[in-house]
Design a protein around this ligand. Structure first.
Ligand code: CP
Ligand code: NVA
Length: 305
């Protein structure tokens, strides 16, 4: 793998598949109580400029389980780009820790951080991408459906970081990815063009949720207003009102279709309680797999063995 993991676009198809294999192996070992110390004595710095539950916990626990240590650096600390420049922070951290996980706003900031750091940098979410999430999500689909090839994932909602990372994965693995987004909330045009030109998967953007989910194996949604867009929440509730994932929408998907959400969910907005808590929902399996896939990413990037 490259020094850093900033985007699924950085990976080859083989690298994606070997991350799934390693994650499954590490998951199985962890469940059977087998201990190992792939990253013994190593420290991962976690820079958060936005809140987090899953990402912080899974990286901290993951480093512990790999025999290393994680250092949480909250939004109130570091002052990335304000208290101290990104190149200076990158070079200072490179003298103390062995890897950096960062959750930032602008994607260019993590590109800059990685450029100036001499140690691996992992993207824990930017406004543009959330690559660790989507790798864990596809691992979850493979566990439930026993395959990825030909699986139809339909994403309903905002063309945001989650949606963009799904499109990046569609450039690496052959499946079908359809989206339903309101006009003006389309995913990143360059990422879409990249996936289409890769020619691996069928990728299509619709404005109608019913059309996008027709025949889908998985319906996936995310919040209508992402972190940093809180002041648009009320306006977005009106714009996205027809994009709720509910029982009526599932009528258009396959009978055995499952529901996924990266979480946190805004119940009653993008998804109903009945869907979140129903038989179709695999959202908590999905949350757990963040731990296993990220351990695989960290092991690949940081292991000196
Ligand atoms: N899905 C996800 O990244 O969750 P957090 O924002 O809680 O880390
Ligand atoms: N799109 C959401 C994802 C949260 C995991 C956000 O950026 O807030």
């Amino acid at each position: 793998m490259n020094k850093d993991f900033l985007s699924i676009a950085d990976l080859s198809t083989d690298e994606v598949l070997s991350l799934f294999n390693l994650a499954s192996e590490l998951k199985q070992k962890q469940k059977s109580g087998e201990t190992h110390h792939i990253l013994k004595g190593q420290t991962l710095g976690l820079i958060f400029l936005k809140p987090s539950t899953r990402t912080r916990i899974s990286f901290e626990v993951g480093m512990f389980q790999l025999g290393g240590h994680a250092l949480y650096l909250s939004p109130a600390e570091i002052g990335l780009g304000t208290r101290e420049s990104i190149p200076d922070v990158a070079r200072v951290l490179s003298r103390f820790v062995d890897g950096i996980m960062a959750r930032l706003f602008g994607h260019q900031d993590i590109v800059d951080l990685a450029k100036w750091a001499s140690i691996p940098v992992v993207n824990g979410l930017t406004d543009l991408l959330h690559p660790c999430q989507i790798l864990g999500d596809m691992l979850t689909i493979m566990e439930h459906k026993n395959r990825y090839e030909g699986i139809h994932v339909a994403y309903v909602g905002d063309g945001n970081n989650i949606c963009n990372s799904w499109i990046n994965l569609a450039a690496k693995l052959p499946f079908k990815f359809t989206m339903a987004v309101p006009e003006g909330y389309e995913p990143d045009a360059d990422i879409l063009a990249y996936a289409k030109s890769a020619g691996k998967s069928e990728v299509a953007v619709y404005h109608s949720p019913q059309e996008a989910v027709r025949g889908a194996d998985v319906i996936y949604t995310d919040v209508w207003a992402s972190m940093g867009q809180e002041d648009e929440s009320e306006a977005r509730k009106r714009i996205f009102a027809d994009y709720q994932v509910n029982d009526a929408l599932f009528e258009h998907a396959r009978k055995d279709a499952q529901f996924m959400h990266c979480l946190p969910a805004h119940r009653g907005d993008e998804v109903t309680d009945a869907i979140m808590d129903g038989q179709r929902s695999i959202v908590f399996d999905q949350a757990e797999n963040r731990l296993h896939i990220q351990k695989a990413v960290l092991a690949q990037l940081m292991s000196k063995q």
